[in-house]
Design a protein around this ligand. Structure first.
Ligand code: IPT
Length: 933
């Protein structure tokens, strides 16, 4: 028998486990071994001793989240020397121990011990008998414990090392966190029971019939029954004359029971056929569009231990935001998750627990994917993935793994998966030849290439449908450009949609600050020497599963019904897979009045345009809702053209004598201007500070990324920094009057270079309000695009709330904010600012009228579609602060009023800001009216 140390360096699969099989819902007795175990830690497998104290630990759970070691976040870099198959000596080992009495019901039969997920590499003993080793952190292992399990006290020991040869196969972009993080269970296996079941179904959309074949692995006579269809023979294909098909829109499941005299198993099955026809992905004969997300299992306190209530809540949240597909990136999820996707209706790509991405940093030298010594490990992982989850209607794809290069071991598992389960599709992104996959998959391909793939002008291997297994990196402020992708998916049938990267942010909680703010941590915060910083925080929902603004936008973009109001017509496109629109209610809001709207009958895939007999000089909103759940599926809005806000009467500026002389003080209505700068310093009772032109924003994580469309250039944030866009120097040119207007001209530019902006500030007042008509004109050879063009000002009191009429409730940049609609909104300071785990520019709203409440007084801003931000901090402070909880409490208010704002793109991983959303130096105008409220 090999030693623990030797085992850790073995590329072989774990040993001693039983052949993989489905997780079945059985009436055989079971006993959970979850609960409080004991643990002790050794620094290395070379320094194992017995004189360590035991301390309690919760199972399931991760060691580093319970005080044993620290999490490590690295994306592709291996945080150890790449010396396969050897793990480093610096390799903490945790002995786990549980004393338990076995239930008599379990003891009455042969039994197995099941581990559903143990992160790391372990050897397992029961009552000092070695059962075998655990490899494949997110995969199930079962050991036969018949004859080893006994009456009285049993002692279960799990010696778990953080690193092993298998760490080279588990290089997913996530926290390295060893631990028994999923359940441990004892299962009685009655003699003559059911070892395994494999259900095969299909649906024929031409006549509504289905087929069913149930393979059962048992040594006893088997009875299979499907209520409504009676008893069925195992192993035979049964033709069922009329079945209701399963789709994510109609997740109809049938109860199937499989019995032997000693055991009965219940399954919930669905009839559906997924296949590829003429380069189009089809479900039950109709084209299928994946509106998907990549989902890691993550909880900010418990890591990858995610309970089922949380998983259900996540799926309901997805559904209510029009998401219909999940890629289980990058490993099989908790097994019961797939019961939920069957029931709630999702198209699932189950991914093998495999990634060798770190080899890319070494030119893929030694990549296990093409090295025969790892072939058994690859086969073992794929087999356990497929066997466990093979009965789920929701699972349409098997994915071989993520980012593992190319090689014979991948080829082999693809061939095996296809042979074992010909009725599902095989996916793998990393091998562009796509010789053994059923779809052509890419990640982050840019929209222009996706367009060519859709149109057939870019080569698509073997005429396969195209899937973006990852796109639109939801990191920080963004992703921009969702609409452009979706428009292509709608335009070209070959494009089967894709999966946003990613669903949930992986920040970990680190307590609370004195001020009561939650501390959210990312890579590097645990003293890791090799780490990838905040790259682990890139989700549509926060770690606590509260939606970020991108989820609201995505819901609109993914809407299965497109609605558009143009001229006096309404265009509706039904983008459901199979539903007509009869399950939806529609209502039309004109001004304040809402009434029901009769929807045209529309089959899936059909479109219609109907006249709208209404007055379009008032705002019109059409909303479609799900009748059953009340959730809003789609909406469209039409806004009448709005005239600019002007003051009706004017007072004359007190500027004497008229002309360019700098007077002692300038007043205009209730406003006072500083004669030295020409900038307003007071409005009514409010002191205005630091009024200045600004072209910069606090770089977003997308601004800090190298866009895939311009890999030859530094990130835009670096271009701004090089141009010192954040550091404009201003010179007052002159102050004059023009009738009732005070006209201030300034010139601003960064140091060093001879480019800048000429600015004309034209101020008028009706005695109380102050109107600004601003023109910004570039001069000189500008070295970079601008982030924005507008005016900053500071108030010396904190904001409590912002109320506004305009687009909301979420933020909006030129390439985001699809979910923002025109209306009246209110948000507290934090919600208006939109805080992110790593501080950055966010929260811009386009307003017609906003009141920044400063407690007792406030500043009112009016205009038409004016982008504004309101925050307690300067952009310099935001940029210099690494974590949200490090930002100081609010004592002041920074406001920006913008003439123009650049889009945000998705360059943190993917394409940069699309050309139409960039802000090239150009003349910009801003018209706003300010008043104290
Ligand atoms: C891609 C990975 O597959 C995913 O796990 C994640 O790391 C994502 O990037 C970025 O957050 S790989 C990348 C090199 C395209």
């Amino acid at each position: 028998m090999t030693s623990f140390l030797e085992d850790l360096a073995s590329p072989q699969p774990g040993r001693g486990g039983l052949p993989a099989r489905a997780h079945l819902h059985t009436d055989a007795p079971r006993q959970s071994l979850d609960g409080t175990w004991q643990v002790r830690r050794h620094p290395s497998p070379r320094h194992l001793t017995d004189d360590l104290d035991w301390s309690p630990i919760r199972v399931p759970g991760h060691l580093p989240l319970q005080g044993h070691g620290a999490p490590i976040y690295a994306n592709l870099a291996y945080p150890f020397a790449v010396d396969p198959p050897h793990p480093p000596d610096d390799n903490p080992v945790a002995d786990h121990r549980l004393e338990f009495a076995a239930d008599t019901a379990v003891l009455a039969h042969p039994s197995v011990l099941r581990f559903e997920g143990v992160d790391g590499a372990a050897t397992v003993w029961l009552n000092d008998v070695e059962l075998g080793t655990l490899r494949g952190s997110r995969l199930t292992t079962e050991f036969d414990v018949t004859g080893v399990l006994r009456g009285g006290t049993n002692v279960l020991s799990v010696r778990l090392a953080q690193w092993s040869a298998h760490s080279y196969l588990e290089d997913q972009d996530m926290w390295w966190m060893p631990g028994i993080f999923r359940s441990v269970t004892l299962l009685a296996r009655p003699d003559g029971g059911i070892r395994d079941v494999f259900v095969h179904t299909s649906y024929d959309h031409r006549d509504g019939s289905g087929t069913l074949r149930v393979e059962v692995d048992s040594s006893s006579p088997v009875t299979i029954s499907l209520p409504a269809f009676g008893d069925l023979q195992p192993g035979e294909t049964h033709h069922l004359r009329l079945v209701s098909p399963w789709t994510a829109e109609t997740p109809i499941l049938y109860d199937l029971s499989v019995r032997t005299p000693s055991e009965s198993v219940d399954l919930r099955i669905g009839f559906r056929t997924v296949h590829v026809e003429d380069g189009v992905l089809k479900l039950n004969g109709a084209p299928l569009l994946l509106r998907g997300v990549n989902r890691h299992e993550h909880d900010p306190k418990h890591g990858r231990t995610v309970d089922l209530e949380t998983a259900r809540a996540e799926l309901l949240l997805m559904r209510s935001h029009n998401i219909n597909a999940v890629r289980t990136s990058h490993y099989p999820p908790n097994a019961a998750f797939l019961d939920l996707t069957d029931e709630l209706g999702f198209y699932v790509m189950v991914e093998n627990d495999l990634e060798t991405h770190g080899f890319e940093l070494n030119g893929w030298r030694g990549n296990p994917s093409d090295d025969p010594q790892w072939s058994d490990a690859y086969a073992d992982r794929m087999r356990r993935t497929v066997e466990r989850d093979k009965n789920h209607a929701s699972v349409l794809f098997w994915s071989l793994g993520n980012e593992s290069g190319t090689g014979a071991n991948l080829d082999a598992i693809a061939v095996w998966a296809k042979a074992r389960d010909p009725e599902r599709l095989v996916h793998y992104e990393g091998d562009r030849r796509s010789i053994y996959t059923d779809v052509y998959s890419r990640m982050y391909a840019m929209t222009d290439e996706v367009e060519r793939l859709g149109a057939g002008t870019a080569p698509s291997p073997r005429n396969l449908p195209f899937v973006l297994c990852e796109y639109a990196h939801a990191m920080g402020n963004g992703p921009g450009g969702l609409t452009e992708y979706q428009d292509l998916f709608h335009k070209y049938p070959r494009l089967a949609g894709g999966f946003i990267w990613e669903w949930v942010e992986h920040s970990l909680y680190g307590g609370t600050t004195e001020a009561g703010r939650t501390i959210e941590l990312y890579g590097g915060d645990f003293g890791e020497k090799v780490h990838d910083g905040s790259f682990v925080v890139d989700g549509l929902v926060h770690a606590d599963k509260t939606p970020g603004p991108a989820l609201i936008d995505l819901a609109r973009v993914y809407a299965p019904v497109s609605v558009e109001i143009t001229g006096d017509t309404l265009t509706i496109v039904n983008r459901y897979h199979g539903l007509d629109l009869s399950h939806l209610d529609a209502e039309l809001t004109i001004g304040d009045a809402t009434s029901a709207f009769e929807l045209p009958k529309l089959e899936a895939g059909a479109a219609t345009t109907v006249p709208l007999e209404i007055d379009l000089t008032r705002p019109v909103t059409l909303t479609l809702r799900h009748r059953e759940h009340g959730h809003e599926v789609a909406w469209a809005q039409h806004l009448p053209a709005r005239p600019p806000v002007t003051l009706t009467s004017a007072v004359t500026p007190a500027l004497a004598p008229a002309g360019t002389v700098v007077p002692a003080g300038i007043t205009l209505g209730t406003a006072v201007f500083d004669p030295a700068t020409g900038m307003p310093i007071r409005l009514g009772d409010l002191d205005l500070h630091d009024v200045a032109i600004s072209l910069w924003r606090a770089p977003t994580e997308n601004d800090r990324g190298v866009g895939w469309d311009e890999t030859h250039l530094p990130p835009v944030a670096d271009r701004w920094a090089a141009a010192r866009l954040h550091d404009l120097r201003t010179r007052l040119v002159d102050v004059t009057t023009d009738g009732a207007a005070l006209v201030v001209r300034t010139r601003s530019g960064p140091p060093i270079i001879d480019a800048g902006v000429d600015v004309t500030w034209r101020w008028t007042s009706d005695g109380t309000a102050l109107a600004l008509d601003l023109t910004i004109t570039p001069y000189g050879p500008w070295p970079c695009d601008w982030a924005r063009a507008g005016v900053d000002l500071r108030l010396d009191r904190p904001t409590t709330r912002v109320g506004w009429t305009g687009y909301g409730p979420g933020p909006q940049y030129p390439d985001t904010g699809q979910g923002a609609r025109h209306g009246s909104w209110s948000a507290d300071r934090d919600d208006f600012a939109v805080r992110t785990v790593r501080p950055q520019e966010h929260g811009s709203r386009r307003i017609d009228d906003a009141t920044v409440d400063l407690g007792g007084t406030g500043l009112q801003i009016s205009g038409v579609d004016v982008p504004i931000t309101v925050r307690p901090w300067s952009r310099e402070l935001i940029t210099a602060t690494g974590h949200d909880h490090e930002l100081p409490e609010a004592t002041e208010t920074w406001i920006s009023l913008d003439a123009a704002v650049a889009g945000v793109g998705t360059a943190s991983c993917g394409q940069g800001v699309l050309p139409q959303y960039r802000l090239a130096p150009s003349t910009q105008h801003l018209k706003v009216v300010l008043r104290q409220s």
